[in-house]
Design a protein around this ligand. Sequence first.
Ligand SMILES: N[C@@H](CCC(=O)N[C@@H](CS)C(=O)NCC(=O)O)C(=O)O
Length: 209
Amino acid sequence: MTTYKLNYFPHRVTAELTRLIFAQGGIDYEDNRVPTEEWPALKPKMPFGTMPVLEVNGEMIAESQAIAAFVAEVTGMRGDTPLERAKATMVCEGVHDILVKSYPIFEEKDEEKKKEKFTKFREDHVMQMVKNLEKLLSASSNSGEWFVGEKITYADLAVFDFFDSFTPHFKFTGSDLKDDYPKLSALFERVKQLPKIDAWLKKRPHSEY
Ligand SMILES: N[C@@H](CCC(=O)N[C@@H](CS)C(=O)NCC(=O)O)C(=O)O
């Protein structure tokens, strides 16, 4: 039997998508949450000196997007054709890019500047992405039920996580989609209510981000 160990800090950030895929795929894995004080000793052992790192039967894979794509493939949520896989990757990379772009704002020390930067980022990136995602979903081949093809892929989980873990920092949650973004709102609720996702959301350790 294949064994999986996911190494990351005790946060959601770039590992939560993989945890959601594992949950929905019904695959057992070790969710190794490395305390910050233990990281310096572990860092040199990781392929790129960063986490997340997924160990598959002891072999290490770094880079959050490569890990998510791999676990999506193992669980049948990667997309069924080359075009579907490309579209799923597009959505995952798109929302991941925004997350990465936002890092410098969280590090801003001046509280006033930080507030201004948050507001600007919300308008320039977060709300722009919300609009783009709604458009993309409305144009999908299945009347906007899933982003790609006829069934759930990891793109749907990535977008769910975007609204569940990331946009709340910008005062925009999954429930705020209700009024103006009907397709996204329905997708958010559909994913949230999947029995295995619901079970994971209820049992996962609390983390601020
Ligand atoms: N592109 C990489 C970035 C990895 C990365 O920078 N991870 C951060 C945590 S989100 C990290 O390991 N920081 C600790 C360090 O660099 O020592 C990915 O998406 O996995």
